[in-house]
Design a protein around this ligand. Structure first.
Ligand code: FAD
Length: 329
């Protein structure tokens, strides 16, 4: 890839809509492309992309690779991987950016391997320094930040959601749409989707929520997640999450878990109820703008990280908060 050029972001889509992560990647990509003084492209994959290429241009892409094939319909990692490896070899981008989604995390390392390059995982920010892509990523449970420089080409990074605001949508932006037919061999897909079971979404998707009410071991059981915490989250138009302790005990499913081995979230307000604030939990919160802690132990670690805190039994504090919000409304 000696004549590598440009920045390529891998855009995800679902139900005919460009994912928020794709718009955010375009904003990250735009900064990198400006530093390199090179164009910004996005790869969109599917069996029929409809108006998505135009939408990607409105959010900042100079060029859209519209990669279509019937076997790309189900966002199968193997099919995506085969199509993206071919595209990257044909186009030789200097930089490839992926989102830290299940699909992005899955295909990022495999794509780097196929391109004989390296990848900076779990970045909050990327920049160009001395011609190299440098990613900042939390390490040691979020207690330190590491700067990871990419050697080789393409320079690749996986970036967390909600680490940048998308560019403002503008229909006046112009760009080029390149139709790509990868003619994938169906044998690349090793697993078949036999059935889709949608997990019931309680309230807002955590990744998109502006407010999250989160419960830990201190809430004492499964019921408060469905009652008081949900009521508070609903009142604030937010979602409900948890610590790993609450998942391990079986009070809530894994999809609720925030932290090192759970989701990374970036709400404006994160209300931690009966959560001690272990570093592994806080690792999922580096993007949270304001943490509000409710804990009966004044020495709990969460108070060191919280902007606002209430020392007390949640059974008294949460209903009082609900009442106060109702009155304000
Ligand atoms: C490799 C690894 C990965 C991990 N990944 C994660 C992860 O992704 N996410 C995660 O969360 N954890 C993770 N953990 C676990 C983590 O170390 C903690 O054990 C966990 O976060 C603790 O959960 P907690 O705060 O709910 O429980 P606890 O630490 O038991 O804290 C409960 C808190 O509730 C308070 N409390 C009790 N009763 C009340 C009451 N009535 N009112 C108000 N407050 C009350 C207590 O004072 C206490 O501070 C990981 C651990 C390891 C080793």
């Amino acid at each position: 890839m000696a004549d590598a050029k440009g920045v390529l972001v891998i855009g995800e889509q679902s139900g005919g809509q460009l994912d928020m992560t794709a718009k955010e990647l375009l904003a990250h990509g735009r900064k990198v492309a400006a530093s390199l003084n090179e164009p910004l492209s996005i790869a969109l994959l599917g069996d029929d992309l409809g108006a998505l290429p135009k939408e990607a241009i409105a959010f900042g892409a100079d060029r859209v690779f519209a990669v279509t094939d019937p076997i790309l319909k189900d966002a199968q990692p193997e099919a995506y991987l085969a199509a993206l490896a071919k595209l990257a070899k044909d186009q030789s981008p200097k930089v490839i950016l992926l989102a830290k989604t299940p699909l992005g995390s899955h295909i990022g390392p495999r794509l780097a391997f196929r391109l004989d390059s390296a990848l900076a995982q779990d970045c909050l920010e990327v920049k160009v320094d001395g011609g190299k892509l440098v990613g900042s990523r939390p390490v040691f449970g979020g207690n330190c930040m590491a700067s990871v420089a990419c050697n080789g080409l393409p320079m690749m990074a996986v970036i967390r959601a909600k680490t940048i605001d998308p560019l403002e949508r503008s229909n006046s932006r112009s760009g080029e749409v390149v139709q790509v037919k990868p003619n994938l061999d169906p044998s690349v897909v090793k697993a078949k989707v036999v059935k889709r079971v949608e997990e019931k979404q309680e309230g807002k998707r955590l990744e998109d929520a502006e407010v999250i009410v989160s419960g830990g071991r201190g809430v004492g059981g499964a019921e408060p997640f469905q009652k008081e915490l949900k009521e508070l989250a609903d009142l604030l138009g937010g979602g409900v999450s948890s610590s790993r302790a609450a998942v391990d005990i079986g009070w809530v499913p894994y999809s609720y878990q925030v932290g090192l081995t759970g989701k990374s979230v970036a709400p404006r307000v994160y209300i931690a109820v009966g959560i001690s604030g272990a570093s592994q939990h806080m690792a999922g919160l580096s993007g949270a703008k304001n943490i509000v802690a409710i804990n009966k132990d004044a020495n709990a670690n969460i108070f060191k990280e919280a902007r606002f805190g209430v020392v007390g039994e949640w059974q008294k504090v949460v209903p009082a908060l609900i009442q106060a919000i109702r009155e304000l409304k």
